[in-house]
Ligand binder design. Sequence first.
Ligand code: MN
Ligand code: MN
Length: 467
Amino acid sequence: MSEKEKSAGELLKEKLVYKKKSAFEKCPDEKEAAFDYCEGYKKFLDNAKTERDATAYSIKLAKEAGFVEYKLGMKVAPGDKFYYDNRGKSVYFFIIGSEDLENGMAITAAHIDSPRLDIKANPVYEAGGMAFIKTHYYGGIKKYQWTAIPLALHGVVTLADGKKVDVILGEDDDDPLFYVNDILPHLARDQYAKSVGDAIDGEQLNLLSGSVPFDTETSEAIKLNLLKLLNDKYGMTEYDFQSAELCAVPSYKARDVGLDRSLIAAYGHDDKVCAYPEITAILGLQNPKKTVMSILADKEETGSNGNTGMKTSAFCDIIADISASLGKNERIVRSNSICLSADVAAAFDPNFAGAYEINNSALINSGIALCKYTGARGKSDTNDASGEYVAKIRKIFDDNNVVWQSCELGKVDQGGGGTVAKFISEKNIDTVDVGVPVISMHAPYEVVAKLDVYNMHKAVAAFYTAE
Ligand code: MN
Ligand code: MN
């Protein structure tokens, strides 16, 4: 239909009404690039299940791209590319820009911890002819989802002599797995009577870890045999669990979903799906005007506390020391800085449509989701980005053909959540939440759409280089 044939109402509608477009409509030629990009993302997922794994793997990629280690107090100069390794659990990548630092930095912050089962300090026991390892869940999980699935152990054990031993067990095809038992349906009458949230108790999340006794004379010989095998493999004793940091994570590899291969199922999309685009965007950057920083934070899933979480002073310490090195005022630098809090959004799911308000939900394949605010109920506990700042970000995305949409987590009174945004904005930095929509968030196996992942990369790259 030509312009002339359109009615006045249709023309007015085109002018006034906002119509969300999918990535297929807006960028019809990008499917192949997005699918290619996600091959690297899947590799990242398989190598970055915990914050320690993600830190080590991303530093390896950064070193290959010419980044060098930064220590507080170091001299910096325009063009320098650094990584700051915060205790092997969080990392800050940054490139010193050519323009005045007091014009502000462009910062993005994702988190690299994901919900999982952490091993307790006194974990090993035997019962019913089996040896178990007790766990304490980390982050917001639906506990019933963590039974009867393949689990792997990741982490470190620091032995009595101070030697640190790395543990990854359950990822190779011929590795043994760990497993949390569930009750058979035939005997589940009591369990069926409970609410879903109580169907599995925290103290039932015990890892099945063996069943062979060391001998038939010694008491607790199955536990003893498990300890012997751990000693043979890692040189550890039961006492060494006290100074261990071990996590049970799903032993799933990232895989394509759907015959069209448009989706990816993996453990830990929240928030590796924002961490990876940050890494690819900053590693691909040469001599930016603005000083840019990509943060991969730990502890988001438990409230961002501790010295590796986003509340750590390490964040401001780095900015202060860069500022001092360049003879700039740190407070002015922060006040003029801008930030994308890069964290996932809840994708609208038609199977649970009642939890969402469709006009303000993120749709799969409709690009990255911008959440002006998160929180719960009456916007409790949220960073609520200013409309002016959202306008600035919207323009950057539109100017660079980034497919994006705005969203809320779900229906107003349905629940809520938070991100690191408020911990950055309270440092006097304009901050807004932007991230990839995820299906089945916090499940052991989550799903995202490849086109959305690719648009996250485009968004971060555009943000770093915006005027
Ligand atoms: Mn998250
Ligand atoms: Mn989360």
